[in-house]
Design a binder for this molecule. Structure first.
Ligand code: AMP
Ligand code: GLY
Length: 422
């Protein structure tokens, strides 16, 4: 198969790495990709949001399957565009992608179908939102309705912070049209977990549970990031809880989508809050998580192209997923200053030596290659994933590997997958 992969992050490097293992893969193109994906196929200088150029390329090169990594092209309808030309593309259509692209849509779906989630109200007028805040106790969670590159959520410790968040979103229009509506939620405490699932519209098959670490500093301190590390399978989600999540959240979500006439084919990301053994949905996404993909995909033994094909054909029920018994730990190395302002353009050393180690994978994200050398080019620079038999030694190996990679200002959390401080 000739496959076109869209995106350029660590998630896409992990997807490319997994696709490259498929016996069915003939040629892999990644648009725009990064130096990590360039080692596994050919990178294209096409922006991930330039749908028309992507479509022209897919038609010209007779691409058999296009795989969409990030949410923005899905929310903007790339799947609908490709399908109109009878091209195969993996990911939900624009209507189905609303599960992620509108928090109001997702919350109202959960409410109508009794899927456990935080209580909420949504508002299109800032005055009404501000009045509502006066009647509520802090903490409160304020969310821009639309896509905001992971920055649209404020956990407000005081009413004043909630007011400020509403003003930024609705009055200052910090996220543009994504802030035309605002969702204000009850604050949930507990521990977060991620369950990714393949869905073919009729059947939904969960992957192994994982956990990411969003705050930038050790112990969960500092501002939220896209994710500073992850590990899988998450011990927090044992068999019993997994079953409960299947019954109360995963299956009901599929039924809800079906009842709404939405044919969801792709990935559903369940962002969960676990409180006293009960799970509630914090958010849905419609794609692999990043960095979650960097720990879940290395443990997947089934051919990813077989799974994608089954999702597109509506044949998931005929496939059973195989998982490695190993553990995976991913440490994200970020640019100094991230997630605030940071500088780029520093040379990265040690990639080749460390990347050759057994059961160590380096997935590149914010990097660029110039004259054979790799330089930093983004906030999250790369992910170092280690595989092993148990978490303690696996995380030690991930950290030894990270210590062998060097660039100016590099920083990473030192407590990823540290189960003793959970
Ligand atoms: P979201 O994009 O909706 O998942 O929100 C991003 C992050 O904000 C989540 O991963 C949580 O850490 C936090 N968050 C979102 N909603 C809530 C909530 N209702 N209670 C507590 N934390 C939340
Ligand atoms: N790791 C969180 C996300 O991918 O949205």
């Amino acid at each position: 198969m000739r496959v076109l992969l869209i995106g350029s992050g660590g998630r896409e490097n992990a997807l490319a790495w997994k696709l490259a293992q498929s016996s069915r893969l003939k040629q892999l193109y990644t648009a725009p990709g990064n130096p990590g994906t360039a080692e596994l196929g050919e990178n294209l200088e096409i922006d991930e949001n330039d749908h028309q150029t992507l479509l022209d390329f897919a038609l010209r090169k007779e691409i058999d399957l296009t795989v969409v990594g990030p949410e923005a092209p899905l929310a903007a309808g790339i799947v609908d565009l490709f399908q109109q030309q009878n091209l195969k593309i993996f990911g939900p259509n624009q209507q189905a992608a609303r599960l992620e692209s509108s928090k109001d849509f997702a919350k109202s779906l959960m409410q109508r179908y009794n899927i456990p989630t935080a209580n909420y109200r949504s508002f299109t007028e800032p005055e009404k939102a501000l009045e509502y805040i006066k009647t509520q106790e802090a903490p409160l969670v304020v969310k821009a309705d639309g896509l905001a590159a992971g920055k649209g959520v404020t956990v407000a410790g005081t009413r004043a912070e909630a007011v400020q968040a509403v003003e930024e979103i609705m009055v200052a229009e910090k996220f543009g049209r994504a802030g035309d509506k605002v969702v204000i939620e009850e604050f949930l405490s507990g521990e977060e977990a991620t369950i990714l699932a393949f869905c073919d519209g009729k059947k939904i098959v969960p992957m192994i549970p994982s956990q990411d670490h969003k705050p930038v500093y050790d112990g969960g301190e500092g501002p939220n990031t896209g994710g500073m590390g992850a590990y899988a399978p998450a011990p927090l989600v044992g068999d019993k809880l997994q079953q409960k999540i299947q019954q109360t959240i995963i299956t009901p979500t599929l039924r809800a989508l079906q009842s709404e006439g939405i044919d969801f084919r792709g990935i559903i990301y369940f962002g969960l809050m676990i409180t006293d053994g009960e799970a509630r949905v914090l958010e849905y996404n419609v794609r692999f998580g990043d960095p979650e993909a960097q720990v879940v995909l290395p443990l997947l033994e089934t051919d990813l192209l077989d799974i994608f094909q089954a999702v597109l054909d509506g044949n998931l029920s005929e496939l059973s997923l195989k998982w490695s018994k190993q553990k995976a730990v991913c440490v994200i190395m970020a640019s100094g200053g991230y997630p605030e302002k940071y500088q780029t353009g520093y040379q990265i050393r040690g990639l080749e030596e460390i990347g050759r180690q057994e059961d160590i994978m380096i997935f590149q994200a914010g990097t660029k290659k110039e004259q054979g050398k790799i330089y930093t080019a983004g906030g999250r620079v790369l992910g170092v994933t280690a595989l092993g038999e148990e978490f303690q030694s696996t995380r030690e190996r991930a950290y030894r590997a990270a210590a062998g990679i060097d660039f100016q200002g590099a920083h990473y959390r030192s407590d990823i997958a540290d189960l003793t401080v959970r």
